[in-house]
Structure formats: C-alpha cells, structure tokens
Write a protein that binds this ligand. Structure first.
Ligand code: FES
Length: 358
C-alpha cells in the first residue's frame, strides 16, 4: 500500500477551547466515496512546516451521519503540527489528507439495545463524540455513559457538542466530568481515574454485567488502568476497544538506549520489500527503526502517526528479528504471524527481511 494523500481545502476553523482548533475539511463530491468514514476513525494530515514535511493523525469528531469531516487538534507543548494548526492555519488553506482509517469502533446495529461505556481524557474525546453521536442516533434503544477527564473546566474540549447530545438524548446519555487541577464539591469527581474511582463507578453507576462495549481513549496510563481493571472483572477482550493518544516517550527512549548499547557495533543487512521492489541497506543493529532507516534511504513507504498506533506502516518479518517499542496498532494474532509496526521496530539480527506487500 502506498500512502495516498488528497489536497483538501480547510473550510472552517473554530476554537473549542483556547488551545484546541476544530477544523472542518471541504471534501468535494468526487472524493466523497474515498473519504467515507465510520465513527471513531481518523485522518492523517500532511503539511510542510518550516520547510519540513510533517504528518499527524487526528480523529474525526464528526459523525458519518453529519456529512462533515471535522478533526479536533489540541495544541501540545512543542507539537509542530498542533501549533501550526492552532496558530498558523487559516480557512481557505490546503492540507494534504489521507482517506479515513482506524478500527476504533463497533458496527452499528439499529435493531439492538446495547449499553456502552466510554472513558476519555483530554483530546481523547474527539473520536468519542463521533462514536457516541452515531450510536445514539442510529440505535434508538442504546445507552451511553461517558467518563471524561480534564485538567480544568476551561480545557474541556467539545463540551457544547456533548451537552447538546445530553439534552437531545436525556434518558440515554450520561456524562461525568472529572477535573484534575480544579477542586469541586464532589470529591469523586476530583482528580484522575484510579482503581478506587473505577470501583465506585462499577458499584454505583454502571452494572458491569449489563455493559456490551467499552471505549477508552487517552494516555497510555489511563488505558492500562481501565483495561486491566475490566480484564480483572472478566470483561471479554472483544468488548474492550481503545485508542492511544500520546505515548510514554521517556519509557520508549530508555528502551531504545538499552537496545543501542547492547547491539552496538553489530551490523544488520536489512532488505525492505515494497511494491514488488526490494532495497538493501546496511545498518547497525539496535540503532534505529526500520521505517526511518528505509525512508532515509529514499524508500517510498506508507506511514502516518510514527507513534505505534495507526498500523499504516505494518509489514511482515520474513527473516530475522526486531524489538518492537510499541505494538498497540497490532492484534495479538498479527504479532504471532510475524507482523510488525516498522516505525517501532529496531533490528536485532544480522539479517532482516521485511515485506510490506504481504
Ligand atoms: S506509522 Fe502509525 S504505527 Fe507506524
């Protein structure tokens, strides 16, 4: 698969909070089928910023029912694309955009009465709004409970949209706002999620036996906390859906450094196969990830997030071994079959053959 970008006009930019821009993209009629999406999917955007090509993936916060393509981009400290989107980008500008991707959803079934629970932190709310809106509108008997964590009331992204949904589906949608840097009179709603808070949620607010699916979106620590809690409570893996927003960079850097020192001086003969062509590269084992090494050698390979989440850079190891820093974008059976995320894979063998065509 070669990455294909389309040029789209920025139709509208609205501010959801002081540092979060909601960007509506203008998808022309002839690209509507290419950009058809499912609730919870994301778009990969590309722009040239200070002479450098930058790609980032952002979840669609609109519903497929809206016939609108909106992404929410929260400015993060030192974030190249997010700062550009919040401070430089204007209505009428052009962005390069890849068609929607992602598996963070369950199929709509309008016949069913299902109970969904969502946990979101910060900008992790963006896919949730799309998911919640679509299920509530398309499944007239289904319910949603949202537990939404933010620092302060002023940083709550997409609050208006959520409140509008709550007013519209009063008997089927509940929201619990948690604030970590602002105290309120209900102690339960102050601070981050914790095992104690989850105990309270599942004792007093949700009956774990009655929940069909869980959606979790936010930082790694929150995802682990909720996932592990649910697994402990015997919730099946197929009922738990998560999307990672932001990874623990320090942990990854440590792992990288350890690999670099243990494989120092050892050579790897890397072969990358893509589009029927193969490329040979000599590199040091443990030194860098397969994707970056190949891109630096002018390979044309598919990638988007470079953060181990989207799986656009997925390929199969035909021979040799790698150490993967993160593997959230892969299913356990894919890992067993030898698939890797090349942006996260550091060669650890004398010979490595990686095939993007399988
Ligand atoms: S580019 Fe997204 S997982 Fe590698």
């Amino acid at each position: 698969m070669t990455t294909h970008f389309n040029k789209l006009f920025v139709k509208k930019i609205e501010k959801s909070t002081a540092d979060c821009a909601i960007i509506t993209l203008d998808v022309p009629m002839d690209l509507r089928s290419t950009f058809k999406f499912t609730q919870g999917q994301y778009l990969t955007l590309k722009a040239e910023i200070n002479g450098q090509e930058v790609r980032r993936s952002y979840s669609l916060c609109s519903s497929p029912l809206d016939d609108e393509w909106k992404v929410g981009i929260k400015k993060v400290e030192g974030g190249l694309f997010s700062t550009f989107a919040n401070e430089v980008l204007k209505e009428g500008d052009i962005l390069e955009v890849m068609p929607p991707e992602g598996k963070f959803y369950v199929d709509i079934d309008s016949e069913q009465q299902r109970n969904f629970v969502a946990f979101a932190a910060g900008s992790g709310i963006t896919p949730m709004v799309s998911i919640i809106k679509t299920h509530l509108a398309s499944e007239p008997k289904s319910t949603f409970k949202l537990f939404y964590i933010n620092q302060k009331a002023s940083t709550v992204i997409l609050k208006e949209e959520l409140e509008a949904l709550k007013n519209r589906y009063m008997d089927r949608f509940e929201i619990y706002y948690f604030l970590t840097k602002q105290q309120r009179s209900v102690p339960f709603l102050n601070g981050r999620l914790s095992t104690e808070k989850l105990d309270t949620i599942f004792k007093s607010i949700c009956d774990i036996e009655m929940i069909d699916h869980y959606f979790i979106c936010g930082p790694e620590a929150m995802i682990h906390l909720v996932k592990d809690y649910l697994a402990e409570a015997n919730v099946k893996t197929e009922q738990i859906h998560f999307e990672l927003f932001g990874t623990d960079q320090k942990k990854q850097n440590k792992k990288k450094e350890a690999l670099q020192s243990s494989f120092k001086g050892k050579v790897c003969d890397l072969t990358v196969i893509e589009g029927g062509k193969s490329m040979q590269i000599k590199m040091e084992q443990g030194s860098d990830n397969v994707l970056d090494v190949a891109l630096n050698n002018s390979a044309d390979l598919p990638f988007a997030c470079k953060g181990g989440v989207c799986a656009t850079c997925k390929a199969k190891v035909v021979e040799g071994s790698v150490d993967m820093l993160l593997s959230y974008g892969l299913e356990p059976d894919e890992i067993e079959d030898g698939y890797i995320l090349t942006c996260q894979s550091i060669p650890t063998s004398d010979k490595l053959i990686v095939d993007f065509d399988i």
